[in-house]
Ligand binder design. Sequence first.
Ligand code: NIG
Ligand code: FE
Length: 398
Amino acid sequence: MADMPLKGALKDEQLAVLEGGFGVLCDGETIKEVGLFANLLDRNKSENLEVIELEGVVALPGFIDSHTHICFAGSRARDYAMRNAGKTYLEMAEQGGGIWYTVTLTRLASQSELETGIKTRADRHLAEGVTTIEVKSGYGLSLSEELKMLRAIKQSNAEHQADFIPTCLAAHMLPKDFEGSKTEYLAMMAKELFPKLKEEGLANRIDIFVESSAFSPEEGKVYLEEAKALGFELTVHADQFTVGGSALAVEVGAVSADHLEASTEEEIQILAKSETIATALPGASLGLGCPFTPARKLLDAGGSLAIASDWNPGSAPMGDLLMQAAVLGTIQKLTNAEVLAGITYRAAAALSLKDRGTLQAGMLADLAIFPCSDYKEILYQQGKLKPSMVIKRGLKVN
Ligand code: NIG
Ligand code: FE
């Protein structure tokens, strides 16, 4: 994935596929060199070298899931069944189900129970080649409960081999027990929670759900500008059911705008002209039975496209990034290069991470290694071909 453009459509011919006898030389956590295996061995003979020799495999940069909600308690299997029996996501949210149900159960869970949930889900992700996982709060929705979630994410990061990138989503919806308006809720979070995030090193990223059931673009603008003034990076749940979020994301200079299932030609143009990374969440389309993000159009218009799982108990319970990315590719007619870029270096850009996403000297030694000799097998098998080995920061994952 080295030296590929951040924006626009990609052809498979643009992939720098190194075929036949190549190796990756790692030094501690980072890649020192990518080159011919025999040469690497030869030149490093005297070193204290651990050699892993594999044949008939494809090594890719470890996958990056730039949007998840894997910190939660409970299941929404009942919601899923009801939705498939005819109720819409918004109808269920309006009737007191949806996100609020998970908030109730997450508030009842202890910090350590949340940590167990995060680490269990991350175990599966890591085994499937996902070496970096963004994790949002957003099921606490009070000062103390949002802090509990973000502390659980921070503690899990210290204990788990995968890297977790925390994001504060206190603006997921107006909690039913807050006495005041949406504007007052957001102002309270900005005033009270933002300084705590800095103090405790809990998150550098602020997210908001811009939607009729959550917050308007006008409410979001004030909140995000406050976050920006304090030096936070911004991201937006945008255009999932109705538009408005993506234009706001671009206006405030958000690093990414995620969802975009409802984006029209106008939003596609706004995003494509901006530096904001468009992020498709095919897991939410599959979970809700909704349209997919217009990924083909976004790329053809010159935009950048990341693909993330949105793993959460409500709209995206599956949590299989590779399967979802492969399916998005089939439905939206994306090349192998576009899909793989979306879960590697373009996803890294959606998290402002410059040290991962490609296999190049100086990058983190994060690798997903698949048991096939042609890289095209990986998406062809639509997520059923799992890595035979995963390396995270230079260490084998068991
Ligand atoms: O990204 N859209 C808002 N938030 C999540 C869903 C969270 C939930 O339903 O619990 C999403 O799809
Ligand atoms: Fe989400």
